[in-house]
Every structure is written in C-alpha cells, then in structure tokens.
Design a protein around this ligand. Sequence first.
Ligand code: C2E
Ligand code: MG
Ligand code: MG
Ligand code: MG
Length: 282
Amino acid sequence: RTKLEGRNGFHFFEKDMDGQTLVKRGLENDLRGAQKRDEFEIHYQPQFDIATGALVGAEALLRWKHPDHGYISPAEFIPIAETTGLMVSIGRWAFHKACHDFATLPPNLGLAINLSPVQFRRDDIPALVSGALAASGLPSHRLEIEITESLLMERDAGTLDALNSLKAMGVDIALDDFGTGYSSLSYLHSFPFDKIKIDRSFVKEADTNNDCAAILQAMAALATALKLTTVAEGIETEQQLARVKALGYHRAQGFLLARPQPIDALAALTQARPFNRLTGVR
Ligand code: C2E
Ligand code: MG
Ligand code: MG
Ligand code: MG
C-alpha cells in the first residue's frame, strides 16, 4: 500500500478514502499503462469431451501480470477497464492474441473467447472478429464467442445484428454463466446460440442442495431438447464430473481437469495421450 500511495500521490488524501478505494484508484492508474508495458497475458483453460475424455478446445482467459502485485484476476480488473474506457483496447489485444496463438495448435481444437457487453456497445465486434481471423489465419469454425445474459437484457437490435453476423461468418455463440443472470428462457430461442455453459455455482451447489441438482438436470434436458451443446464449468471433484456425465452434459471444464495455462503448456498437452478420468483409459 505504501508503494501504491507514494507512486500515485494518494497519501495526502488517505484519511478521506477507505482502503478499497485507494487500491482501486491505484490499480486504475496502473491499468492505463499496462497494455503499453506489455503486462497482459492470455491463459487457456482446456475443455474436454465428457464421453471420450478428448481435449476439444480451450477458453481464453485474460491475465494481468502486475509488476508489484503479481497476477490480478480479470474479475478484479475487467470492471475497472469497462468503466475507464480501456476495455475496447484490451479486448482487441486479447482477441488478436488468442486467435494468433490458436492458429498454431492442431486444427481439431476450438477456441472460446469472452466478450463483455461493453465491447459490444463500444466496439465493432463483427469487424474485430473478421479482422482477427484474417490476420491470424484461424478458420472461423474453430472460434466461439462467449456472452452473458446481461448483454441480452439490453435488448439492443445492434447486438442481435452483431451476433447474426458472427454466425454468418461461421463463428459459434455460447451463452456463458447460464442461470446466474435474470434468466429468461425466451433468450434461448430468440438468439442464435450453439452452446450453453451452465454456471459453476449450480455444479457446486448440486453436491449439497437437491434443488440445485434438479436445476442442473432440467437445464441439461432443456438444452438437449433445443439441440444445444452443453458445457459444465467449474468441475472441481470426481463426484461433480460423474454427476454432469450422468446428466448428459457434453463438455466439462474445471480445475479437476485442467487449470488455465500459458499457450506453450496447452500445446504440450495436445501432444499428450488422451486421458479419460471416467474410464481410466490413457
Ligand atoms: P468466465 O468466462 O465464466 O470464466 C471462467 C472462470 O472460472 C475463470 O476465471 C476460470 O479461471 C474460473 N474457473 C475455471 N474452472 C474453475 C473451477 O474448477 N473452480 C473455480 N472456482 N473457478 C474455475 P477468471 O479467469 O478469473 O475469469 C473471470 C471472468 O473474467 C471470466 O468468467 C470472464 O467473464 C472474464 N474474462 C476473462 N477473460 C476475459 C477476456 O479476455 N475478455 C472479457 N471480456 N472477459 C474476460
Ligand atoms: Mg467464459
Ligand atoms: Mg463462465
Ligand atoms: Mg463468469
């Protein structure tokens, strides 16, 4: 804290600000220069086909390597980036970097990239996507965009146009963190989704809460009826993996299976023999 205060000149006002605000103000200033200082990285969290155990792709997750504080979670800095106007530029960098990285991996592996509502509002998403695909040489069918229900709640015609343009390019659309927003089931048929990612809170709660287990089951049934691919996120235990497999989920992602990791580690993983935790087959 002392270092942050000194560097940013906040020490004088410390009595009037709570620590939280001080740290936030410090990070905000640091975030402004982070891209220029090349402090962002992308880590990739593998996704597996539950039935076969095969590695099928990965989700790109932004990381900020702060010179003093080490890795800072996107949950912490993305909201700051969004309110300070930095998100468009950081998001563009991340998108290009991830496509570029993935173009070097085996062609059966898909890449999922998160886009925030702020990016849809402030940036030309179809242009960003087509530009990054062209520059990297990554085929559009290997790319998938993850959006959340908060984007759909805005009920903006421009958003639907952008999603339809992405689909026309051959890019898949995944609904992320499903069930955590003000879920309206009508979203599921009024937007062109290919996948839904059930939020990890349902996976976790299902261990101890029968209602959550029922919701997890109903979501799988609903998605299957709509011919959507289902991804279970946040799988941390064998029990959770067995549960989502029994419920018919198609794909799994979580710390039990693999952590988010740098592209070189992911590339090494693609060389490894497939490992099926459920069958024990290597
Ligand atoms: P998300 O898209 O829902 O990403 C999944 C988050 O869950 C990641 O957190 C991941 O590290 C974490 N996770 C994965 N498996 C497990 C598990 O088994 N247990 C637990 N407890 N957590 C698990 P992360 O990397 O901190 O990212 C947080 C959020 O930040 C993401 O949530 C996404 O909404 C956003 N984000 C990350 N990268 C980007 C990006 O490049 N652009 C945009 N717009 N948003 C991003
Ligand atoms: Mg995501
Ligand atoms: Mg998610
Ligand atoms: Mg999330």
